[in-house]
Ligand binder design. Structure first.
Ligand SMILES: C[S@@+](CC[C@H](N)C(=O)[O-])C[C@H]1O[C@@H](n2cnc3c(N)ncnc32)[C@H](O)[C@@H]1O
Length: 201
C-alpha cells in the first residue's frame, strides 16, 4: 500500500511509526528518534509562505515521509522536492509516496552538492533538515552546513528541527541567529530553527 496525498496524514502515522521504530532498532544514533514527527510539528514546518512559493525544496532526513507529505501539501503544483535520506529502511517507505514533484534519494546530506548536481539542480529556495546535528561528527556537521549555505538561494530559508541546539555552533557563523519556535506537541518536544539567507554577500 502506498502513502499518497489523498489519504489523511493521521491514517499513515502508525505505519510510519512502525517503520521508524524498526529502523531505529538497527541504527539508533543515525535515525535519532523512535517516533515520527507529529502533525503539529510537520505543519509548523510546512505551512509557511516560503514553502508555498518555493520552486525547489530540499529535505534532508525525511525519514518515513511525514514531513515530506506535509511539505508536498503546501508546495506549488509545479515545484520540486528532493528528499535525501541516509537510512535504507526508511528510504523504502519514502519511495512509496506517489507525487510527481518528489524525487526521493538514498544518500548522505554530506554529499548535498553532488546529489543536487546529479538531479540537475544547483540551488534550493528552501532546505528543511531533521538530521541530528548533535550526534554527527563535527567535521561532517560543518561540511553539511557549508553545503546548505552554498546551495541555498539568496533570500532562501533554512529550517532545522532539533532536540538540542548543537546545530547553532555550525550555522551561526554562516547564517547568524535563528528564529526559534518550541513545539511541545511532539515526542519529544523539539525546537524549529529558521534562518533566512542574506540577499547579498
Ligand atoms: C529526527 S529523524 C526525522 C525523520 C522525519 N523527517 C520526521 O520528522 O519524522 C532524522 C532523519 O535523518 C536521517 N539522517 C541522519 N543522518 C543523515 C544524513 N547524514 N543524511 C541524510 N539523512 C540523514 C535519519 O535516518 C532520520 O530519518
Amino acid at each position: 500500500m502506498a502513502f499518497t496525498l489523498e489519504r489523511p496524514l493521521a491514517s499513515t502515522y502508525t505505519r510510519r511509526a512502525a517503520c521508524v521504530f524498526k529502523a531505529w532498532l538497527k541504527q539508533p544514533t543515525q535515525v535519532a528518534t523512535i517516533f515520527p514527527s507529529s502533525v503539529f510539528l510537520t505543519e509548523r514546518i510546512a505551512r509557511r509562505d516560503c514553502v508555498r512559493s518555493a520552486d525547489t525544496v530540499v529535505e534532508l532526513g525525511p525519514g518515513a515521509g511525514g514531513t515530506t507529505l506535509a511539505l508536498l501539501e503546501s508546495m506549488k503544483p509545479d515545484a520540486r522536492l528532493l528528499a535525501v535520506e541516509k537510512t535504507p529502511d526508511l528510504a523504502d517507505a519514502l519511495a512509496e509516496i506517489e507525487d510527481p514533484r518528489l524525487t526521493s534519494r538514498l544518500g548522505d546530506a554530506a554529499d548535498l552538492i553532488e546529489i543536487l548536481r546529479a538531479h540537475d539542480l544547483t540551488k534550493a529556495d528552501v532546505i528543511v533538515s531533521g538530521i541530528p546535528f548533535s550526534s554527527i561528527p563535527r567535521a561532517t556537521a560543518k561540511r553539511i552546513s557549508r553545503s546548505i549555505d552554498d546551495v541555498l538561494t539568496p533570500g532562501g530559508t533554512f529550517i532545522a528541527y532539533q532536540l538540542r541546539d548543537d546545530i547553532l555552533h555550525f550555522t551561526r557563523p554562516l547564517f547568524g541567529t535563528p528564529h526559534t519556535q518550541f513545539v511541545m506537541r511532539n515526542l519529544p518536544p523539539l525546537r524549529i530553527f529558521t534562518w533566512t539567507k542574506r540577499l547579498q554577500g
